[in-house]
Ligand binder design. Sequence first.
Ligand code: A2P
Length: 286
Amino acid sequence: MTEQRPVSQTVTDAKAVKVPTLPDAQKITEVTHWTDRLFSFRVTRPASLRFRSGEFVMIGLMGEPDPKTGKQKPLLRAYSIASPSWDEELEFYSIKVQDGPLTSRLQHIQPGDELILRPKPVGTLVHDALLPGKRLWLFATGTGFAPFASLLRDPQTYEDYDEVIMTHTCREVGELTYGARLIESLKSDELMVELIGAENLGKLRYYPTTTREQSPKMGRITDLMRDGTVFRDLGVPQPTPGTDRAMVCGNLAFNLEIKEMLEGYGLEEGANSDPKHYVVEKAFLD
Ligand code: A2P
């Protein structure tokens, strides 16, 4: 009898106080708004969380209370971790969708706020899913740059290849800034140069393009590959299964189109359990 009391008291108290305690809560440490459609944020890293660069985790906020029961459920989405596996915090790069269930709220987060983060990283954009090769192509559109922001800061990305080509296609020039800054920082940040090595960083080529605003290189990467522009610009041959490996992360239409092109070059899709020539993951779009 005496044992039942505290239990019912707790329930009564919880109802009265209604303080939602977030499961797997982490704290936001920094928020950067890049454009009116894009932002990035950093959060504390759970001490037990180990991940491979390129993987994603489920993150989110507590949903609105159910009108009938008053119960709240976490509203979670898969987000690529944009920080490298050695970083003491975690970074994420996100779109803002005004009526998106999660990002309409997530875009207002501030340092000090809490975020739910399930510490179970998974994903296919990992080195283990690719066979050894000479040239690594990283193809991104929009926020699909996120997993590559992690991989580009991982020394293994350069150690495994002679050449690393990062392509990023966005609608507007401002949407390239997050990626462009990151690439700049690899070469200007002393810590990065020391960690990755100047010789390794010399292997990196960056090929940004825009589709709806004037920039030095206009057009969808798929079209620029089809007509040979990319290969002429970079002085490299079309991908072949003997030398080339690729990782793809972008919107669904892009993923499907480039997958078909890579298959056309003879590359086959790999997985963690069956490494091959290329891997694909969908960028998060709320
Ligand atoms: P476009 O402006 O021609 O649609 P979004 O912001 O809609 O996710 O798009 C990001 C970028 O991906 C845009 O530059 C967009 O070009 C491009 N894109 C969309 N679909 C494809 C596709 N099937 N192949 C190549 N690029 C694409």
